[in-house]
Ligand binder design. Structure first.
Ligand code: ASP
Length: 330
């Protein structure tokens, strides 16, 4: 299995010569077909799925499961792309984006939130306690503090040192895949989808966003329809990678609509990648991965570059899967 780090290394070497025009895509294959089930993006999905699974096996709701699941990488300083210990922005501030959505179509989101370790739980409260969907920046922080969340310093010494080094080297931020201007893995949101014993599907998405982004930048992850979308009659989808591409194509909504029209989860994800390839001229310099789950418990994925993987857990399996990619080699 290819690790994120080896992907970055390989990508740096060969990306400029990639050409896709004659590419023939093999049909993407979906898997699964039972629930409860939980799926989530990247390696950090494994421990996150485990936490979600503990809720699901006890008969808990998928909403509780996805919240519990993504709180694991949010709290883990070794996961430098989500929550506490996340890579800061260009000004050295850790700013977080997150959203949550359930099968009833309820949704909550926070963007550009500082100092709160668990933005997903604030997003859930926005959904449950306010008439709004999204709170941002200082307003989101005020809401969190008023609701009992603790103000914390999320910038770890390791990430502070990395940021200082980045500043000293006068590196500039580029939304391009970010492999050419970063040595660290610097963007890998956790997006999670789960179906509980009663067949209810929910999703959560949380990130510190692109490393060294401009202060104030918000990505796709907290945008309902972009980083996450759930339709209780169809299924759900999450996205990871260059958020700008996902926002311009409303990727997760598109994946769910494709499933509504009869595509399997993998085929739907492939269609969303094709849409990006058609609409965004420099897409080949980026990574985007989609992950989807339908109401039968079937799951699938598709991405631009090889290297995106996801974690699955249901009653019969627990594994990491490499997603099929538009570009077959790096
Ligand atoms: N989609 C996230 C963002 O653009 C980053 C990622 O998933 O890698 O903020």
């Amino acid at each position: 299995m290819q690790t994120r780090r080896s992907f970055i290394k390989k990508s740096t070497a060969v990306l400029p010569v990639i050409c896709f025009s004659n590419q023939v895509l093999a049909g993407a294959v979906s898997d699964g077909g039972s629930f409860p089930v939980v799926i989530s993006t990247w390696n950090h999905g494994l421990p996150a799925n485990q936490a979600a699974w503990e809720v699901l096996v006890k008969g808990g709701s998928s909403l509780d499961a996805v919240e519990a699941g993504v709180r694991v990488p949010e709290a883990d300083p070794e996961v430098i792309t989500v929550g506490y210990g996340g890579i800061p922005d260009a000004d050295g501030k850790v700013t977080l984006d997150a959203c949550i959505m359930d099968e009833k179509g309820r949704a909550g989101s926070v963007t550009f939130l500082e100092h709160i370790k668990h933005p997903i739980s604030v997003a859930r409260l926005v959904m449950e306690k306010t008439p709004h969907v999204m709170l941002s920046g200082d307003g989101a922080l005020k809401f969190a503090l008023e609701n009992g969340f603790k103000k914390e310093n999320l910038l770890t010494p390791k990430m502070k040192a990395a940021w200082k080094k980045w500043k000293k080297e006068k590196r500039t931020f580029s939304t391009k895949i970010n492999i050419e201007n970063q040595l660290l893995e610097n963007h890998d949101t956790i997006g999670m989808l789960a179906i509980d014993k009663e067949g209810r599907l929910s999703g959560a998405c949380t990130t510190s966003g692109m490393g060294y982004k401009l202060h104030g930048r918000v990505g796709d992850s907290p945008i309902i329809g972009a980083g996450l979308f759930v339709d209780g009659e169809v299924g759900g989808a999450v996205a990871t990678g260059s958020g700008e591409l996902v926002m311009k194509t409303l990727g997760s909504f598109l994946v769910v609509e494709m499933m509504r029209n009869g595509k399997s989860p993998s085929e739907a994800c492939e269609e969303a990648v094709k849409r990006i390839a058609k609409k965004i001229p420099d897409y080949k310099n980026h990574q985007v991965g989609f992950l989807a789950l339908n109401l039968k418990g079937e799951y699938g994925s598709f991405c631009i570059q090889p290297g995106f993987n996801y974690a699955v857990k249901n009653g019969s399996t627990e594994k990491l899967i490499d997603a099929e990619a538009w570009f077959k080699t790096l």
